[in-house]
Design a protein around this ligand. Structure first.
Ligand SMILES: Cc1ncc(COP(=O)(O)O)c(C=O)c1O
Length: 361
C-alpha cells in the first residue's frame, strides 16, 4: 500500500507483556506484572464508583471540553483553565504536539534513553529526531541536550523523572536548561512520575510556567492514580499553544468514563497518599533486593528500578516469566543489558525475591 514514507522510520512501541498472555502461554494463574509502571494498589475505589455510575450515560457523547475536570485541574495547579488540555493519556499530547509544531524542515530533540513515544510522534510527521548523548549515569545531561538544539528545533522532550532510568534534573539543571533554550523551541517537561519523587532538589516545571511561554508540562492519571486502562492525561501550557492543540485534537477522544474516573481520583487524596507511601517505602527494598541478586541498580525517583542484569537480560526476563513474574528487558529502549522492574506490593516484591533466588542464586 503506498503510504506516508516517514512511517518507515518508526520503530513500533513494544509494550510490557500483558498478564493474560503470560497466563495463557505458560499455563499460570496469578501472574505478577512489574513491567509497565502501573499502580499495584489499583485505581481509587471512588474512581471505580464514579466510572460505574457514568456507564448509564454511555449513549451520549462525552463532554469534549472536559469542563469539570479542566476546572478541577486548574484549581489544583493554580492556573487559568485556558492553560489546560486533556488527552487520551499524556502520550496523545506528544502526538498532537508533533502535528502542531513539527514538519520535515524542523527537528525535535530527545535524550538517548527516554520514553519511546516521543520518537514515534516526531517520525510520524517526518521531522528530524536529534538524540542527545545521555550523561554518565545514563540520565539527561543539560549540556548535551543544549548542544543538540539548533535554530530548527521546535520541541525538546524531557521526561523528569525519566523513563527508563528513573533519574531526574534538579532545580539548578532545570533552570539552566529553561534559560538557555531558544524561545521558539517548546520544552515539554513530561512529569508522568512526579508523584513518586522525594529528592529535595527536584522541582516541578509548574513553578516556571508563568516565566517561560515555551514550556509545557504533561502529567498522567496512568501511574500514581492507577487509571492506565482509562487512557487519560493532561498538559499545562501557554493558552495560545493549548488553542493550537485543540484544533487537531479529535473532539470526543477522551471518554466520559475516563473523565468521571479522573475527576473522582483527584478528590481521593487518601488513595494518592497511600500510593506514594507504598512506592517510597518499597523502592529502597526493591533496590536492595535487586542488588542482593547482583542486579546493579541505578538511583530511581520513579515507581520502578532499573539495573544491569548479571546474565543476559532476555534470559532473566524469560526465566522470571516462567515463575509468573513479568519484568521489562530494555533492549528495545537501547539498553540491552538492563532490566526495569516496577515497584510492587510488599508481597509481590517478596515473590520477586524468591524467584530471583531460584533464577540467579
Ligand atoms: C515518561 C512517560 N511519559 C508518559 C507515559 C505515558 O503515560 P500515559 O499513559 O498518560 O500515556 C509514560 C508511560 O509509561 C512514561 O513512562
Amino acid at each position: 500500500m503506498p503510504h506516508n514514507p516517514y512511517l518507515d522510520t518508526i520503530r513500533p512501541y513494544q509494550p510490557g507483556k500483558p498478564i493474560e498472555e503470560v497466563e495463557r502461554e505458560y499455563g499460570l494463574h496469578s501472574v505478577i506484572k512489574l513491567a509497565s509502571n502501573e499502580n499495584p494498589l489499583g485505581p481509587s475505589p471512588e474512581a471505580v464508583r464514579a466510572a460505574g455510575k457514568a456507564l448509564t450515560q454511555a449513549a451520549l457523547y462525552p463532554d469534549s471540553a472536559a469542563y469539570t475536570l479542566t476546572r478541577k485541574l486548574a484549581e489544583k495547579h493554580g492556573v487559568p483553565s485556558e492553560c489546560l488540555v486533556i488527552g487520551t493519556g499524556s502520550d496523545q499530547l506528544f502526538m498532537l504536539l508533533a502535528l502542531v509544531l513539527l514538519n520535515p524542515k524542523t527537528n525535535a530533540v530527545i535524550s538517548e534513553f527516554t520514553f519511546p513515544t516521543y520518537a514515534i510522534a516526531v517520525h510520524s510527521v517526518g521531522a528530524e529526531l536529534r538524540v542527545a548523548r545521555a550523561g554518565s549515569g545514563l540520565g539527561h545531561e543539560v549540556d548535551h541536550l543544549l548542544t543538540a538544539v539548533d535554530s530548527a528545533t521546535r520541541i525538546l522532550f524531557v521526561d523528569n523523572p525519566n523513563n527508563p532510568i528513573g533519574s531526574y534534573l534538579g532545580r539548578s539543571a532545570l533552570t539552566r536548561l529553561l534559560d538557555a533554550v531558544p524561545r521558539d523551541t517548546l520544552v515539554v517537561l513530561d512529569e508522568a512520575y512526579y508523584e513518586f519523587v522525594d529528592a529535595p532538589d527536584y522541582v516541578s516545571g509548574l513553578e516556571f510556567l508563568n516565566r517561560y511561554p515555551n514550556l509545557m508540562i504533561t502529567r498522567t492519571f496512568s501511574k500514581a492514580y492507577g487509571l492506565a486502562g482509562f487512557r487519560i492525561g493532561y498538559g499545562l501550557a501557554d493558552p495560545a499553544l493549548v488553542r493550537l492543540i485543540q484544533r487537531v485534537r479529535l473532539p470526543f477522544s477522551v471518554s466520559h468514563l475516563a473523565l468521571a474516573a479522573a475527576e473522582a481520583a483527584l478528590d481521593d487524596a487518601g488513595h494518592l497518599a497511600r500510593t506514594r507511601q507504598l512506592v517510597l517505602s518499597e523502592r529502597p527494598r526493591l533496590t536492595a533486593l535487586l542488588e542482593k541478586h547482583r542486579i546493579q541498580t541505578l538511583p530511581s525517583q520513579a515507581n520502578f528500578v532499573t539495573g544491569v542484569s548479571p546474565v543476559p537480560s532476555r534470559q532473566l526476563f524469560e526465566a522470571l516469566l516462567k515463575t509468573g513474574i513479568i519484568i521489562r528487558p530494555l533492549a528495545a529502549m537501547g539498553l540491552p543489558d538492563h532490566v526495569r522492574v516496577t515497584v510492587g506490593l510488599p508481597a509481590q516484591n517478596q515473590s520477586l525475591g524468591k524467584a530471583l533466588e531460584a533464577v540467579l542464586g
